[in-house]
Design a protein around this ligand. Structure first.
Ligand code: HEC
Ligand code: HEC
Length: 277
């Protein structure tokens, strides 16, 4: 009786299996590490060798990494020692002479009568100066402010900043309307919302800490405050260095923006909130 040679048929099936696997492997390597990288080399800005190295995961010193320009800086101001030195030399008396044009809108003591015009009193020299330079250089939309700052020199702007920063803030005390300890606005101000990546407002705007150029918010006009947060959230205003403020504003809901505006405006004795608000 003839028995089929099972072991030799198993051997040949094994050889076919190994052969197919090897062929597939070589084809995959050729496609993944040679053909695809060479097809994409131009688009990714790498030469062929660079593209192959990058596909294999190896560093390639000769690769032509493209330098991408990611847009203009948010502001022309940088908080260097030179900027600080110049700000320290602001001449408030000269600022007072220039300020007669500003008073109609911002108030004679930097506290305005109309909620759409920001209070300047109580803000730091650096915050006031930065905004004026940003209006002048067009980094912040200067539809209204442009005509008042375009003709002034940077020294004039520093003098004006020194003058307005000298007025006491519209903020005088914490009124009870500012909200109970666990009001949503107060939580954002004092604790932030770590789960949404929101640092506490007080850590940058005071009183817990102050980031250079971060304006005083306590006692600020409510309508102005709300408008600015909306503008920062949508990117309509984009002059904050490193997107420090846009990152926060984008996370806030319209309701939170309105609550925060009310909270900060209420921290003012000079401007009590309208009845019923
Ligand atoms: C016709 C009204 C008007 C006049 C006059 C005016 N401003 Fe303004 N100012 C505004 C408005 C409105 C804003 C808010 C920005 C905007 O919406 O364009 C503003 C914003 C500012 C800001 C930014 C404040 C912040 O908290 O970010 C500064 C600083 C400022 N003005 C300073 C001045 C100075 C200094 C003068 C005088 C040289 C002046 N302004 C004249 C209406 C005026
Ligand atoms: C990481 C720091 C940081 C945090 C946190 C932060 N801010 Fe700001 N904020 C800034 C800076 C810096 C500016 C000034 C931007 C510029 O240079 O134009 C600013 C500007 C603003 C302005 C515009 C003020 C004006 O007068 O023009 C408002 C309103 C504001 N912040 C509200 C808030 C609120 C509310 C919170 C908390 C929910 C908050 N900020 C948290 C840094 C911060």
């Amino acid at each position: 009786m003839i028995t089929p040679d099972r072991s030799s048929s198993r051997d040949s099936r094994f050889a076919v299996w190994i052969g197919t696997t090897l062929t597939l492997f070589i084809a995959a390597v050729a496609i993944g590490f040679v053909w695809l990288p060479s097809a994409q080399a131009g688009a990714s800005g790498l030469d062929l060798w660079g593209a192959i190295c990058s596909a294999v995961g190896l560093p390639n010193r000769n690769a032509r990494i493209p330098v991408t320009v990611t847009g203009q800086p948010a502001s022309s101001i940088a908080w260097t020692p030179e900027t600080r030195l110049l700000l320290a030399q602001g001449n408030a008396a000269h600022g007072a002479a220039l300020a007669t044009t500003c008073n109609n809108c911002h108030g004679s003591a930097g506290v305005s009568d109309d909620a759409i015009f920001p209070n300047l009193a109580g803000q730091s020299v650096d915050a006031i100066y930065k905004q004026m330079e940003d209006f002048k250089t067009g980094k912040r939309d200067a539809a209204l402010m442009g005509v008042y700052v375009n003709a002034l020199s940077s020294q004039d702007l520093r003098d004006l900043a020194a003058y307005f920063a000298g007025f006491p803030s519209a903020f005088t005390h914490t009124s009870p309307e500012a909200g109970s300890v666990d009001s949503p606005a107060r939580r954002l101000v004092e604790v932030g919302d770590p789960l949404r990546g929101i640092a506490s407002c007080a850590a940058c705007h005071g009183p817990m800490g102050v980031t250079p150029g971060a304006p005083e918010l306590r006692g600020q006009q409510r309508a102005y405050f709300e408008e600015q947060l909306q503008a920062l959230a949508t990117g309509r205003r984009h002059n904050d260095i490193s997107e420090q403020m846009r990152t926060v504003a984008r996370q806030l809901t319209p309701q939170e923006i309105s609550q925060l505006a009310a909270y900060y405006a209420n921290l003012s004795a000079t401007h009590p909130p309208p009845v019923g608000k």
